[in-house]
Design a protein around this ligand. Sequence first.
Ligand code: FAD
Length: 468
Amino acid sequence: MKPITKFRNQIIQIFGADFVLTDPNDISPYLHEERGLKRSNADIVVRPRSSKDLAILVKLCSKNKIPIVPVGGLTGLVGGAVATGGVIAATDRMSKILSIDQVNKTMTVEAGCILANIQKEAIKHDCFFPLSLGAEGSCRIGGNLATNAGGVGVLRYGNTRDLVLGLEVIMPNGDIWDGLTALRKDNTGYDLKNLLIGSEGTLGIITKAVLKLFPLPKTTVTAFIGLNQLNKVLELYEGVQKRFHESLSAFELISRIGLDMELQHLSGINDPFLQNYPYYTLVELTTSFEDPDLRTGLESLLESFLENQIIINAVFAENTQQKSSLWRIREELPAAQSREGGSIKHDVSVPVSKTVDFITEASKRVKIILPGIRPCPFGHIGDGNIHYNLTQPITISRNEFMSYSSEINRVVHDLVAEMDGSISAEHGIGYLKKSELNHYASPVKIRIMRSIKAALDPDNIMNPGKIF
Ligand SMILES: Cc1cc2nc3c(=O)[nH]c(=O)nc-3n(C[C@H](O)[C@H](O)[C@H](O)COP(=O)(O)OP(=O)(O)OC[C@H]3O[C@@H](n4cnc5c(N)ncnc54)[C@H](O)[C@@H]3O)c2cc1C
């Protein structure tokens, strides 16, 4: 009997048959990420119900030196949840909301909770959990923590890292690290929580978390703004930020070419304006109290920007349906780009003040390599995070276009490095960006990260082949 078959039988004996999936139809959904870059060929897929069971399983994996890959909602964009042999540990049966503390303003959850369910539960208690991203209906909080997800609320609330007080984690030797504290102050040695957040499942499996809750926004103002020139975006951003400070919760960039692709390929998308503008921003202000002046305040600021030709047009969402329609324009850009043909994608960040220079210069450089290439930059420009996606020229095939990927990645990422930016702002490294990390990170950083990995996971069983 093959050792892996023996191992499967052993875990069925310990945990029962429903712990391990055997029907290929049941296994299939756990083998590929939404982006569909690469399919897992795991030997075993398990669905534990508790931290205790998962800890016993990890101990067995450690003893037998069998790799184990934690899986959340499989919405990751860098191949982080793809397994090559070994065990996939799906967290979808560990999805309970355990408690809410109204005074401490915290919610304790299991790692398999879907993000949207956490948001809804917070609202039921007149609270707000601000992590929000396009995949929120299917990504799970364990995956959000493991990738330190960003999303559309970073400007006001920070990344996932900023929204967490405590964690419970199964370490690669099967130990359970109980760091599930609900403390806002705790300086007792190294900050293990922040080491594990963003470690993409390579240092341990997150099983529970204590999340911070915030006051529910009582007033929201959403505006979609047309601009004639990209270089006006930062003037607009600075003006809105100066006037509204922490009430500015989202400032997103959309380019006309992206909106055109949506209008062509997707149903139910409407152009908010009668004329075309080369760039748009989606701006959202929120306050945790009723503020009747918020909307009029933004209107009068935008009027002055109209007079000074910083912006050319603006519409406001009059109700939640209109707000969703405006946000849909932002959220569906990647889907529309995929339908337009090959897309070479970059998730980069530079200081906010350099975003416009980055987009302008990157577009110049990629057009030298491939005239006809169509830059479709969009994203969280208020965080300095641009999804610098490039759509294929109409004159060549998808395959020919994709063969330029390495050359184009090098040019774009070199520019990011010149501007002291990051080659992965929010999606992580996974297996997809390993070589880029190796190319751009300092040898000292790589050495420190490798030492940490070797100290915590000497047999390299925890999500091997990712990050390094
Ligand atoms: C339409 C769309 C929009 C998106 N928008 C954004 C965005 O705005 N901002 C952003 O940051 N990302 C975005 N993403 C990427 C993705 O949604 C995030 O990376 C998300 O946090 C992944 O969560 P998941 O549960 O799907 O994780 P998975 O894809 O299942 O896993 C991701 C990584 O985390 C590890 N992991 C999963 N669960 C655990 C656990 N319990 N313990 C330890 N490791 C674990 C996996 O091994 C893998 O390395 C988007 C994706 C899509 C498809």
